[in-house]
Design a protein around this ligand. Structure first.
Ligand SMILES: [Fe+2]
Ligand SMILES: [Fe+2]
Length: 488
């Protein structure tokens, strides 16, 4: 795995590295200007402190060094924790923009509305819905430290202790991550936003209740409004980030798995067999994603759409041949294989045409990797009595590029195999799942997605549990002779 990772670093194009360095440098300068701008604006209300900033450059140097350290910490975190995310400079720019927008909104609302109403958890909430939980927790730390720097060095009219405010912001952000993580309705989000205000209310209450400030209760009301204010700003900003960075938020994913979504409706009516298969695969994929700490909702959505390409010719796929008519009977094995193979690219095209997220389209194209279609390959061998080029019977790929795509590949293969099993005992299902994963490993299908052996073992265990749960053996009901029994 170490060898694989170092190979990945070398695979970075020079343009990726240059663009990433540029993004980090330009944003460092931009945050510095934001900070200077904040001091300049504050100079209107407190000229003395601004004056001291101009004469005492140590403040500026102090801030600059801390800012460089924070930005370097961010780059280091992404480099060691999620290199794929860092590789795309657009992702780095999105994270910086989230931080900068949040700093700006916090500064403006703190200065012109009320200091305690500031949406301190906004950066965390945006990161949570546009990326994942781990990144949201990390960004909440960076953002709280940045706000602390702004408050302690840049906010001229501040008269309170900044340490409790930093703690309050961090507590609010952590509540955001763990309470709002699985909330996909905007109304529910607004109702639950009151929970985000709890740390602010406690903190402000403790700081102001014994102070000489007679209007402490007004500050308390403003602090209680900080949660709903955070969520309102989030609801306005999220669609902008989704559009600009073509990102898929959890809201979007929840909408896409609704049975009223356009392509899902089409599958239900035109390819019901494929739709039912997708539902089972989605349950397995979701459980696997949870087990290895991947995005469960993204896995579920990708599974829903992984075979959407079959909509082009649904009757050519076994699960939709309810009337027993198989059009492949009249075709050559080569032509049949071409039709089967094309459902991956057809799915990709259909998803892109309907402007659905590219992450889902990529899984469509990758979920069979470069695997051979053995049924038609065997049929061709029988027909020709000679050598058949296996390359013509292999999916075009690419191989799974992400762990989610690998999960879908395994869940898809195992579901189809388990469905055709006569003996669905746990031991037999376990053997089949192991065989499917081993075959794919031997054919190098997981080479490009950094999935570990440990994760594959967890996935095997999860798939077996799910499949035995779905296809459990039922008690055979005895036939009862109802003749002569009066049920009235
Ligand atoms: Fe497929
Ligand atoms: Fe499938």
């Amino acid at each position: 795995m170490k060898k694989q990772k170092s190979k990945k670093i070398l695979q970075w194009a020079t343009s990726d590295v240059v663009l990433n360095v540029l993004v980090y440098l330009l944003n460092l300068i931009f945050i510095l200007f934001l900070f200077i701008g904040a001091i300049y604006i504050n100079s209107v209300s407190d000229g003395m402190k601004y004056e001291s900033w101009l004469t005492d450059s140590s403040n500026f140097i102090h801030f600059f060094i801390l800012l460089v350290l924070l930005v370097a910490l961010m780059a280091g975190y992404f480099f060691f924790e999620d290199r794929n995310f860092l590789k795309n400079p657009v992702n780095s720019e999105m994270i910086f923009l989230i931080i900068e927008m949040s700093l700006l909104i916090c500064h403006v609302s703190g200065n012109y509305l009320n200091f305690y109403v500031r949406p301190l958890a906004l950066a965390t909430l945006l990161t949570l819905f546009l990326t994942d939980k781990k990144k949201a927790v990390f960004i909440s730390m960076i953002y709280c430290l940045l706000t602390f720097l702004f408050d302690s060095l840049g906010t001229a009219n501040i008269t309170i202790d900044e340490y409790p405010i930093m703690l309050m912001g961090f507590a609010s952000s952590i509540i955001t991550v763990f309470v709002l993580e699985n909330v996909y309705s905007r109304i529910k989000l607004l109702v639950m936003s009151l929970l985000l205000s709890v740390p602010s209310v406690i903190c402000v209450g403790m700081m102001l209740i014994n102070s000489s400030n007679s209007s402490w209760w007004i500050e308390l009301i403003f602090s209680a409004c900080s949660g709903p204010f955070t969520v309102s700003a989030f609801i306005v900003l999220l669609p902008i980030f989704e559009t600009v960075f073509t990102k898929v938020s959890k809201f979007k994913l929840a909408e896409l798995t609704d049975h009223k979504a356009k392509l899902i409706r089409k599958m239900i009516t035109q390819a019901p067999g494929t739709f039912n298969h997708a539902i089972v695969v989605s349950n397995i994929a979701e459980a696997c994603a949870i087990a290895i700490n991947e995005d469960a909702l993204l896995a579920r959505t990708c599974a829903y759409y992984h075979d959407v390409g079959k909509l082009r010719r649904p009757e050519f796929f076994k699960e939709n041949q309810a009337d027993g008519i198989n059009p492949h009977d009249d075709l050559t094995p080569e032509l049949s294989a071409n039709i089967i193979k094309s459902h991956t690219q057809d799915g990709y095209n259909l998803i892109m045409k309907n402007r659905l997220p590219k992450e889902i389209a990529d899984v469509c194209r990758e979920h069979h990797g470069t695997l051979p279609i053995l049924y038609f390959y065997g049929k061709a061998q029988k027909f020709t009595d000679g050598e058949v080029d296996i390359a013509q019977y292999c999916y075009a790929g690419p191989k799974p590029q992400t762990k989610i795509a690998a999960i879908i590949m395994i869940a898809d293969g195992c579901e189809a195999a388990a469905r055709s099993l006569q003996d669905r005992s746990r031991e037999n299902v376990k053997q089949v799942v192991r065989r499917i994963v081993n075959e794919r490993m031997e054919l190098g299908q997981f080479e490009d997605c950094e999935i570990t052996l440990k994760e594959l073992n967890i996935i095997i265990h999860t798939v077996v549990n799910n499949l035995t749960g779905i296809y459990h053996s039922r008690i055979e009901y005895p036939k009862v002779n109802l003749d002569g029994i009066d049920l009235q």
